[in-house]
Write a protein that binds this ligand. Structure first.
Ligand SMILES: Cc1ncc(COP(=O)(O)O)c(C=O)c1O
Length: 366
């Protein structure tokens, strides 16, 4: 069976990271060492930001940002089409949640409609690594309202529009290096990128039990550090990021060329746009039974993931008592109709062809 993706690192990456892991284990410097510092420089460069602070997960990165902004008892505006973690981190920091609508991209009219003086922060999520063509307008809208825009860039490693990189649109960005991501730091990891030095100081203190440089605990924090081994693994992946992104984009373009229009629509990508290739998203024509399609495709040896998120936040039981509302038509439509085609960096050409044939023949058989 062709899987939706594999978290396994290509063999040359495995070999490249081994000397660093041995060096780290022998040195006894397991956290907050030279590999973390180098990883932070690479993460800042990816985001086009002055600074990065490495942490243990994307959820932590978001929570630290929310705490630093001071969202307690205020509203954080979050897309309903996102990962549980985006909202959970805001709640952890003491915020009240408010959801806005959107499919692959945010519905700006809905964001505008829900912005008021209670809102302490707006979050935009680059779903699958795709950047909304409206990001500059969203950033302008937030700037005009004096509200920080936070990019949840968990999926957007290296995505960019022209010269503007994911991570450069807002006040700060949160990154995830969890197992499924393009860069995966050994299973868990995250980072905050920003140009704001005060946020950097707060994040560095918070991730180390709230300890300042003199060893006093000056604020609430936790054990939110990235490990040196995780940073070393991520550094090897960073050194291949441009090439890997190019390869993933080639796969996406091939899918789009052969499957686009045959019951599937692919997001339009501008000539000067780079996607991370975390996911290859396609939206099914109205009326196509996604479960039946997945079944037929599976019979031909290909596992189709259902979607980036099957259920938007307003349908998640854990948030049922929060009064978040249930009228989010764009999110519901997107959740019901999109699929993700198999994609990983070392995917071979024969597998890509098998996916194309399996999807084409299954759509014909529907
Ligand atoms: C959009 C988004 N934000 C945040 C997170 C949380 O990241 P992590 O799993 O590293 O905590 C994820 C999931 O991985 C995600 O998909």
């Amino acid at each position: 069976m062709i899987p939706p993706f594999t978290p396994a690192l290509p063999e040359p990456y495995v070999r490249a990271v081994m000397p660093a892991i041995e060096q780290i284990l022998r040195s006894g410097k397991l956290v907050l060492g030279e590999h973390t510092t180098a990883f932070e420089a690479a993460a800042a460069a990816m985001a086009g930001s002055a600074h990065a602070v490495a942490v243990n997960s994307g959820t932590t990165a978001l929570e630290i940002i929310f705490r630093a902004i001071g969202v307690r008892d205020r509203v954080v505006l979050v897309p309903t089409n996102t990962n549980y973690a985006t909202a959970a981190a805001a709640l952890q920091a003491g915020a009240r949640l408010r959801l806005y609508d959107g499919g692959l991209y945010p519905d700006l009219a809905d964001v505008e409609h829900r912005l008021d003086s209670d809102v302490a922060a707006v979050v935009v999520v680059h779903i699958g690594g795709y950047l909304s063509p409206d990001l500059a307008r969203l950033a302008g809208m937030c700037a005009q309202a004096g509200i920080p825009l936070i990019e949840d860039a968990a999926h957007a490693h290296g995505s960019r529009t022209g010269e503007i990189r994911a991570g450069s649109f807002g006040y700060t960005a949160a990154w995830s290096f969890f197992t499924t991501k393009v860069i995966s730091t050994g299973g868990e990891g995250g980072a905050i990128t920003t140009n704001a030095p005060d946020l950097v100081t707060t994040a560095r203190t918070a991730r180390d039990q709230g300890k300042d440089r003199t060893g006093f605990h000056v604020m609430a924090g936790s054990s939110w550090r990235m490990t040196e081994i995780g940073a070393a693994i991520g550094l090897v992946q960073f050194s291949h990021l441009d090439r890997d992104r190019h390869i993933r984009r080639t796969v996406i373009d091939r899918y789009s060329r052969y499957l686009g229009g045959h019951g599937l629509t692919f997001p339009a990508l501008a000539a000067d746009e780079d996607v991370s290739g975390h996911k290859c998203v396609a939206v099914l024509e109205q009326g196509i039974d996604r479960d039946r399609l997945r079944h037929l495709v599976a019979e031909r040896g290909v596992v189709l993931a259902r979607g980036v998120y099957d259920q938007p936040l307003h349908r998640q039981p854990v948030f049922a008592d929060l009064g978040l509302g249930d009228v989010f038509p764009a999110a519901d439509d997107f959740a019901a109709r999109h699929i993700c085609l198999p994609l990983w960096t070392a995917m071979d050409s024969a597998s890509i062809d098998r996916v194309i044939t399996a999807v084409t023949t299954s759509i014909n058989d529907l």
